[in-house]
Design a protein around this ligand. Structure first.
Ligand SMILES: [Zn+2]
Length: 112
C-alpha cells in the first residue's frame, strides 16, 4: 500500500516538474510550442526529468538581475525593460524623454 502512495507522489512531482519546465520555456521563448513539454508517459521515469530540471534551476537563468540604465533627465536608475530609449540615451519615463528632447531642442534654438 505504501508503494502505491509513493508511485502517486512521484507522478504528481513529475507532473509538477513538467509544468515548471513548460513555464520556464514559455517565459524565455514566447513563440515556443506549448504542447512539446507535455508527455503523459514521462511520469514513469521521474528521475530523468527531475535531474534535468535541477540542472536548469541551478543555473538560475530566470533570476538574472536586470541591467539598470540611468535616466538622462533626472538621473534615476531604472530597469532596462521599463526604461524609454531615445537614440543613445535612456530615460525613466516617456515624459522625461520628451522633457529632455524639448530642453535640448530649446538649447539648439535660443532665439525665439
Ligand atoms: Zn527621469
Amino acid at each position: 500500500m505504501r508503494q502505491i502512495f509513493l508511485l502517486v507522489l512521484l507522478f504528481v512531482v513529475g507532473q509538477w516538474f513538467v509544468k515548471a519546465l513548460r513555464r520556464a520555456q514559455t517565459q524565455s521563448r514566447p513563440g515556443a510550442q506549448p504542447g512539446q513539454g507535455a508527455q503523459p508517459g514521462q511520469g514513469a521515469q521521474p528521475g530523468q526529468g527531475a535531474a534535468r530540471n535541477a540542472d536548469g534551476g541551478a543555473n538560475g537563468k530566470a533570476a538574472l538581475p536586470e541591467p539598470m540604465v540611468r535616466c538622462a533627465e533626472c538621473g534615476v536608475h531604472a530597469p532596462r525593460s521599463e526604461s524609454v530609449n531615445v537614440g543613445a540615451r535612456s530615460f525613466c519615463s516617456s515624459e522625461h524623454a520628451r522633457a529632455y528632447d524639448a530642453r535640448t531642442t530649446a538649447q539648439d534654438r535660443p532665439a525665439r
